[in-house]
Structures are given as C-alpha cells and as structure tokens.
Design a protein around this ligand. Structure first.
Ligand SMILES: [Zn+2]
Ligand SMILES: [Zn+2]
Length: 381
C-alpha cells in the first residue's frame, strides 16, 4: 500500500498529489461507492494531500421511519435498572475482591472493544499475531457488543457515511439516538442499502473472527455473564446476588455506556482542532473512561492511526500503551500513524484554531508567547 505519510516527507506537495491521484483512480475502480462517502475510512479513501475527502462532509438526518423494537427497549430498561442496583451493591455490599474483579473485567472487556474490534479489526490500524488476536477476541466476547465482525461492520459504516442515515448511530439525530436510541429502533433503510457495498473480506478471512461469530450465542453468555458470576462465588465466597449484579450486570452496563459516550458525547462536546466541518470532538472526560478513545476529532480525521490521537495524548491513552506493550513482545506490529507534517497541514486548513500546546516550552510554543508570559521566580536551567 502507498504510504502517504512517508511520501509527503520525500517529495513536494505536487509530487504527493500526483502519486496519490494515480492511486485514487485505482481505488475508485475497486470501490465504486467511495464517491458517496461522507468521511474517510481507510487511507486509500483520501483525496487531498492532507488526507481528507475531496468534498466537505455534510450532516443530514431523516428521523423517519422510526420503528420501535420493543424487545430491545424492555431488555435495555431491565438492564439499566439492574445495573443501578448493581452500582449500589458495588458501593455498599460487595466484597472488595468483587469490586476489584469488576474493575479488571471492565478494563479487559474495554480493551476487547478499543484495541480489538475498533483499532485492529474495524480500522486495520495495526496487525496482531494470533496469540494477541486470541486474547482480544476473549476480551471482546466479555464485552457483549455483538461479534467483532458485526461491530467492525457497523463501525466502518459509522466512519464512511458519518452523520448521514447510513451511519448506524448518526449523531445528527441527537444525543439520545447516537447514545442508545439507535439500538431501540429498526435500522434505517439507507444503512441496509449502503451496507451491502462494504468490503468485509479481511474480517471473514480470519478464522478467529469466524469462530467467534459462529459460536457467539454460546461463547458470549459464558464470557460476559456466567464466569463473572461464578468466579467470585467460588474463589472468595461472594454471594450470588453480589457477584451477578456487580461483576456481570453493573460492569457490563457501565462499559456499554462508556462505549456509547464516544458516539454521543464525543460527537457533541469538545474542540475540533483537526476538522471543524464534522461533529466528532476532542473529549478528555470520555477518553479517561473509554481507555483513550475520546480524542474523536483526531480519530475521524485520521481513522487509521493506531493511537487514535496525537502522541502528546498518550498518558490518557491506555489502549495505545497496551498496543505498544505488545509491540515490544512482537505480537503487535505494522502500526500506522500520521506524520506531524500532515497533521500540521490539516490543522491549519480545516481546524477550528483550538489546537493547543501540551505544556510550557512545547516545540510549537511561539517566542512571542513565551516572552509575553508572566513568570514568577523564573529560572532557566
Ligand atoms: Zn465517531
Ligand atoms: Zn473509529
């Protein structure tokens, strides 16, 4: 694959565009529906040297037809009531071992979504050897957000047709719809229609992913509900009630809502330093809970970057540190990222002006600003 980041270092702007255009023509032949996309999904979709589409993204929503799915409404209502009870037990009744166990399960199932379904399978932003893919598919099954193949399919639609009716959780339809409402109504016809053109061959080529999808209804209850309930009871004599409501239902509902906040809150509140034409925003609070997934303006601008953020954000980016750890073992490799130069060009062209410094003396900190700052007891050493 053509590496635009590297190409941009080697040649002038014009050269990059020429290389890219030749490649893009090829791409449009391979993927005819790229023309109606409303966001880049893979690097190959980009049509400008700073990796954007040729057209400015639009936002559109058709609130009808809206057919309610009562089975899901009842299940989610029960789940949230049970999770509230679980939250109460977490604070006032469960043993400390159960609380720590629930926290560990939260991190593990969270990574199954962030490092697994999201960065590895939906975006192909890095590659993983089979032992890491096996760990991630176990974590992913614990999270019960559908099989990784189905999750990645929905997520590719979310980026490619972002904020239109073919986006499963189109944030243009409001906070509630993008948070949980999209799971309580039938899919929009536009999503079903355009979804057929999506290429998922890379996902179906992985036997680990095929196995999870095939046996999902057997594996998911064991990983998400049964083992999290049985382990506390047999290992540290927790009560069945505490184990089930805290380690299974409260933990599961908590991570669900954290994931949904990326679709709702991070599509609504925060700065847009990379692209002001889209709703996704930099939301630090979401990032803290979602293990580094709240730097959402960056992520929708450069979705194939395995960090989902600029380097400076790593301390809040647990998922990036997790991938980097496995890269040291050699189990994660071929991590894609975007050069500083391209990021800078994009910030200048489409950012909202909020791209900020990471701290005093940052390389972008202008001399005028340094000179103008008031310093108390200054000492340069
Ligand atoms: Zn998004
Ligand atoms: Zn994404």
């Amino acid at each position: 694959m053509l590496n635009l980041s590297r190409a941009s270092h080697q040649g002038s702007y014009g050269q990059v565009q020429t290389i890219y255009c030749a490649y893009f023509e090829n791409c449009t032949k391979m993927a005819p529906n790229v023309a109606d996309a409303n966001g880049v999904l893979f690097e190959s979709d980009a049509a400008t040297p700073d990796l954007a589409l040729a057209t400015t993204p639009v936002q559109k929503a058709d609130n009808n037809p809206k057919q309610l799915v009562w089975r899901n409404i009842i299940l989610f209502a029960y789940l949230h009531l049970a999770a509230l009870y679980g939250g109460y037990l977490f604070l006032f009744s469960a043993k400390w071992q159960t609380d720590i166990f629930a926290y560990i399960l939260y991190v593990m199932s969270g990574l199954g979504i962030t490092a697994g379904a999201h960065r590895l399978w939906a975006h192909k932003s890095y590659k993983a050897k089979w032992p890491l893919r096996l760990i991630l598919i176990i974590f992913n099954t614990m999270a019960f957000q559908d099989s990784a193949i189905d999750w990645a399919r929905d997520h590719r639609m979310h980026h490619k047709y972002s904020e239109t009716d073919a986006d499963p959780h189109n944030a243009t339809r409001g906070f509630f719809f993008s948070h949980i409402g999209w799971l309580l109504v039938r899919k929009h016809p536009e999503l079903k229609k355009k979804g057929k053109g999506l290429d998922l061959s890379d996902l179906y080529a992985d036997p680990i992913l095929r196995f999870q999808k095939k046996y999902y209804l057997l594996l998911m209850p064991i990983a998400c509900f049964i083992l999290p309930t049985v382990i506390p009871v047999y290992c540290w004599s927790e009560s069945w009630i505490n184990a089930f409501f805290v380690a299974a239902l409260f933990r599961y509902t908590f991570i669900l809502n954290v994931t949904w906040l990326v679709n709702s809150a991070a599509h609504k509140w925060g700065d847009k330093p990379y692209d002001k034409n889209i709703k996704p925003s930099q939301n630090i609070s979401v990032s803290v809970f979602a293990l580094g997934e709240g730097f959402h303006n960056y992520h929708h601008t450069f979705p194939w970057d395995y960090k989902t953020a600029e380097l400076g954000n790593n301390r809040l980016n647990f998922t990036t540190n997790f991938i980097n750890f496995f890269a040291k073992l050699g189990w994660a490799y071929d991590m894609k990222t975007v050069s500083d130069e391209i990021v800078k060009n994009r910030v200048e062209r489409t950012g909202d002006g909020s791209h900020h410094l990471w701290g005093w003396g940052d390389k972008d900190h202008s001399k005028e600003e340094v000179d103008a700052a008031i310093r108390i007891n200054p000492k340069d050493d």
